[in-house]
Design a protein around this ligand. Structure first.
Ligand code: UDX
Ligand code: ADP
Length: 466
């Protein structure tokens, strides 16, 4: 085990990033006490639930890690102030969604949770504290955090009262985990990125990861390169998805097949075969937000052509979703009034219960506006979450949440696959066909079903990109 004088870590924010990341740090660094804190007491209660099926984040393998570490050196609580005071290193892992109103609305990140975390740290930290940015943030946020940490009135007052010298170092250590494979991504990352201003802090943060990650995988840079690299990594990944999705429409028009094209181009080692699955567009909390941040940053520096270039990635993503909704409407004789449609999958991808920016939200809303009755089934997303995402009051009886895929499909005119949950591949499609209204349609927006088998059963099948 790598020795370090880090004994106590606090993570502010017990979400999809903070929870799994800190669990793995606790697993791999048994000598470090890890306190994960959150202002949301329900979330903390869920992290502490006896029944590990009730953890707030569904992530394969996470329950095992929690079972091993919780109560040993991993603690979830709402004791934000005390945990800050005890910490040698504080990770900030709070939410940073796109601003909805005011300056930069629709593009810039809302940093109010970052600011309030920094204010609390300024007040309660003791001695020298390393503050690590874990959340995805706009470039130069470290500067804002630093200003807050050093300029607060109460900080001065407290320092005088306690006669304690408070000092801070800011480090950027963005997280690259992908939901659904977070545990493996954290255990075996392609790289860990640590950006900072002083070598001592960089070394200390590196020493945590060195407990299980080889030094050659730990990349160190200056603060701004690290912050920007996170945005750019997500922008490049999202760009690949918009590129392949743009070509999916061309395949439909020309008779080419998007999976064959993806395979053909992906076997060029310069292009590579990952992240070439065409689908209903990217969702999740990061891609759209990070590109919009990049666009905002470019415009701020007067780089309008660069901003337009990246903004197009988001535009194609929205267009792909609209395109799918209108293909469904057109195939169902141009009207969805009095038609029941089964929506299979509501999370933004398989193996997560996260619905943020899920393509299912926009596509479902388009279909509801056409007057459809939608019956939803998702193996992991709770009913309340689906209703909340859809602004369900507007649509009343037209939304039904089902306990099984079969319930959702019974009596439906169409089944629409929006998330590629493995269990959808194993459904009894012959039984489902018999239970549906005729003609019975399947719209496979994830290209995950066997369309010739389904056609043989009698279904009309539309598969994206062919
Ligand atoms: C992403 C980045 O991968 C991760 O490094 C970063 O830390 C956070 O953002 P995540 O959003 O969890 O992770 O999932 P990811 O697997 O990247 O998928 C994002 C979206 O793109 C999903 O909606 C997914 O369905 C879609 N996608 C992904 C495709 O449509 N096609 C693909 O080939 C890959
Ligand atoms: P991510 O996907 O980035 O982890 P989440 O929204 O899942 O984002 O989690 C962020 C968490 O941060 C939420 O549970 C929220 O309650 C918490 N949070 C936000 N602001 C603060 C704060 N000032 N102090 C403690 N927790 C906070």
């Amino acid at each position: 085990m790598v020795s370090s004088n880090i004994k106590n870590i606090c993570c502010i924010g017990a979400g999809y990033v903070g929870g799994p990341t800190m669990s793995i740090i606790a697993l791999k660094c048994p000598n470090i006490t890890v306190n994960v804190v959150d202002i949301n007491s329900n979330r903390i209660k869920a992290w502490n639930s006896e029944n590990l099926a009730d953890l707030p984040v569904f992530e394969p393998g996470l329950d095992d890690v929690i079972r091993k570490c919780r109560g040993r050196n991993l603690y979830f609580s709402t004791s934000v102030e005390d945990s800050i005071a005890m910490a040698d290193i504080i990770f900030i892992s709070v939410n940073t969604p796109t601003k909805e109103t005011g300056l930069g609305a629709g593009f810039a990140s809302d940093l109010k949770w970052i600011e309030s975390s920094a204010r609390t740290i300024a007040k309660f930290a003791k001695g020298h504290t390393i503050v690590v940015e874990k959340s995805t943030l706009p470039v130069k946020t470290a500067e804002t955090i630093k200003k807050i940490l050093y300029s607060l009135q109460d900080f001065e007052e407290e320092k005088n009262n306690n006669n304690l010298q408070k000092t801070f170092s800011i480090v950027s250590n963005p997280e690259f985990l992908s939901e659904g494979t977070a545990i493996n991504d954290l255990l075996n990352p392609d790289r860990v990125l640590i950006g900072g201003e002083d070598n001592d802090s960089i070394d200390k943060v590196s020493s945590i990861y060195n407990n299980w990650i080889a030094s050659n995988k730990i990349i160190t840079t200056n603060l701004w390169s690290s912050e920007l690299s996170k945005l750019v990594a997500n922008a490049f990944l999202a760009q690949r998805i918009s590129s392949i999705n743009a070509i999916s429409s061309l395949c439909e028009s020309t008779g080419a097949n998007i999976q064959e094209v993806a395979m053909a181009i992906g076997s060029d080692s310069r292009i590579g075969n990952k992240f070439l699955n065409s689908g209903p567009g990217f969702g999740g909390s990061c891609f759209k937000k990070d590109i919009l941040n990049l666009v905002y940053l470019c415009r701020y520096y007067g780089l309008n052509e660069v901003a337009d270039y990246w903004e197009a990635v988001v535009k194609i993503n929205s267009w792909q979703q609209k395109r799918i909704s209108s293909i469904i409407v057109k195939n169902l004789f141009g009207t969805l009034a009095n038609k029941k449609l089964a929506i299979l999958g509501f999370s933004f991808k398989a193996d997560t219960n996260d619905t943020r920016e899920s393509p299912s939200i926009n596509i479902s809303q388009d279909l509801l506006q056409e007057g459809a009755q939608l019956a939803f089934y998702d193996p992991r997303v709770k009913k309340e979450q689906i209703l909340k995402e859809l602004n369900s009051e507007k649509y009343g009886e037209n939304i039904q949440i089902c306990k099984t895929a079969i319930d959702a499909a019974t009596g439906a005119d169409a089944v629409i696959i929006l998330t590629d949950w493995k269990e959808f591949l194993e459904l009894n499609w012959s039984f489902i066909y018999k239970s549906m209204r005729k003609p019975s349609w399947i719209f496979d927006a994830r290209i995950c079903l066997d369309n010739s088998y389904l056609k043989d059963l009698g279904f009309n099948v539309w598969t994206l990109g062919s």
